[in-house]
Design a protein around this ligand. Structure first.
Ligand code: HEC
Length: 139
């Protein structure tokens, strides 16, 4: 009799755990979407970075602006997205994303004025945010 009760208790505990897990997975669904979005954006960031660096070297400010426009069209999503790693430190992630956005805006503003050295300096700052964010949040 004791054995049956014990078995029942174990079964109930296991069922409880299964429910808890399912609940957790369900709760995480929204953030998984945000993670997928981030993962999809990043290869385009790499392309944008390469193009901007080349355009700055060649003094092609129209090309710089085309890419900064692209990046700026994504930064609202970047600020809303979630990393896999250290997901608990979302505030720091958002700070880096906002800093990146500011630097890219400044790159665009200086490029628009025809200020190549200024645009180079601003984009160097933006790239520091790529590196800083990856150091902390990239797997
Ligand atoms: C605010 C944070 C943040 C900023 C800013 C950021 N990244 Fe990322 N990046 C991440 C995270 C987190 C990952 C890993 C997660 C993922 O890919 O799903 C990542 C992954 C990547 C990857 C790998 C993609 C892959 O397929 O795994 C590349 C390439 C990349 N980033 C390029 C860049 C470049 C270039 C910049 C700047 C122009 C940049 N990122 C700016 C957070 C950031």
């Amino acid at each position: 009799m004791k054995k049956v009760v014990l078995l029942l208790a174990v079964t109930l505990t296991m069922t409880g755990t299964a429910f808890a897990k399912e609940d957790h997975a369900h709760g995480g669904h929204h953030s998984d979407k945000q993670m997928a979005k981030l993962h999809k954006m990043m290869p385009n960031y790499a392309k944008g970075q390469t193009k901007i660096a080349a355009a700055l070297e060649g003094g092609d400010l129209q090309a710089v602006l085309k890419e900064t426009d692209y990046l700026l069209s994504t930064t609202a999503d970047l600020k809303k997205s979630k990393p896999h790693k250290k997901a608990s430190e979302l505030e720091e992630f958002r700070k880096l994303a906002a800093g990146f956005e500011m630097d890219v805006k400044e790159t665009a503003e200086t490029a628009r004025k025809g200020d190549v050295p200024g645009a180079k300096a601003s984009f160097a700052e933006a790239q520091k945010k790529c590196t800083a964010c990856h150091a902390m949040f990239r797997n």
